[in-house]
Design a protein around this ligand. Sequence first.
Ligand SMILES: Cc1cc2nc3c(=O)[nH]c(=O)nc-3n(C[C@H](O)[C@H](O)[C@H](O)COP(=O)(O)OP(=O)(O)OC[C@H]3O[C@@H](n4cnc5c(N)ncnc54)[C@H](O)[C@@H]3O)c2cc1C
Ligand code: FES
Length: 258
Amino acid sequence: MKKFILDLQVISVEALSDKHVLIKLTDLKPLPEIIPGQFLEVRIDHSPATFLRRPISINFVDRDNNQLWLLVAIVGDGTRQLAKLKAGDTLNCVMPLGNGFTLPIETGKKFLLVGGGVGVAPLLYFGKVIRDMGCEPVFLLGARSAKDLLELELFKQYGRVYVTTEDGSLGEKGFVTNHSILENESFDQISTCGPGPMMVSVARFANKAGIECEASLENKMACGVGACLCCVENTTEGNLRVCQDGPVFNIKKLLWQL
Ligand SMILES: Cc1cc2nc3c(=O)[nH]c(=O)nc-3n(C[C@H](O)[C@H](O)[C@H](O)COP(=O)(O)OP(=O)(O)OC[C@H]3O[C@@H](n4cnc5c(N)ncnc54)[C@H](O)[C@@H]3O)c2cc1C
Ligand code: FES
């Protein structure tokens, strides 16, 4: 897929919690084709400590309004600068990068989309796209506490939403892999994004249940375009670059202890 370097314009930056923001961007030209699960590399201006671009998932693409959304957790200098953006600023982005989630080839399939923390980001657009393609997305979203659950009302627009919190403040108490829906329903495909241990647990469940499963990895990245090899993941096909060959991988390719 052709990659672009675009100066996107900031429409708004909304605080979703004390450490998460939703950034809405637009361009004068129609946004390029984007597959759910792809990401972009943003240039962080006004932060001398942040030399490299930062990879951020594409949270949502609103074609009607030519908008692209980023859901950002503030963890360091780079993301702190992103949270300070104001309407009218520009954000230089290289996009779209990587291989996204595999799209359904048949209608009527039931997908379980499992997200943890800010890892829910790519699942919103994926859910919308598979719903528009005649499949059913069911979302299972986990976080430490109710205040860390992001975009719940937006997810509800595209499918049923189930929630776990570690402190029991919303939904079932515990981890996503303990949720009762995994015992009570069957799924054709599972897609997951979030903390590594969570994705391994989800992959273990899918493997045991014989369900196809894809995981979106968030290995640390530098160049984001396959040149520096700093993001490699050891797989059944040798070392693959998460930025170029992923970030989405079928779990059968990953050397996780399933
Ligand atoms: C493909 C991909 C998609 C991503 N999508 C999103 C997204 O949609 N929203 C979002 O908020 N973040 C996302 N991330 C993570 C994001 O890139 C990092 O949080 C960001 O680069 C941190 O930059 P910083 O300058 O703020 O922090 P730094 O100063 O670089 O780091 C601050 C702290 O965060 C830790 N950290 C840095 N990168 C990561 C990482 N990838 N995973 C876990 N911890 C990390 C560092 O170890 C350090 O402790 C994604 C990462 C990848 C690889
Ligand atoms: S980040 Fe450079 S090769 Fe992946």
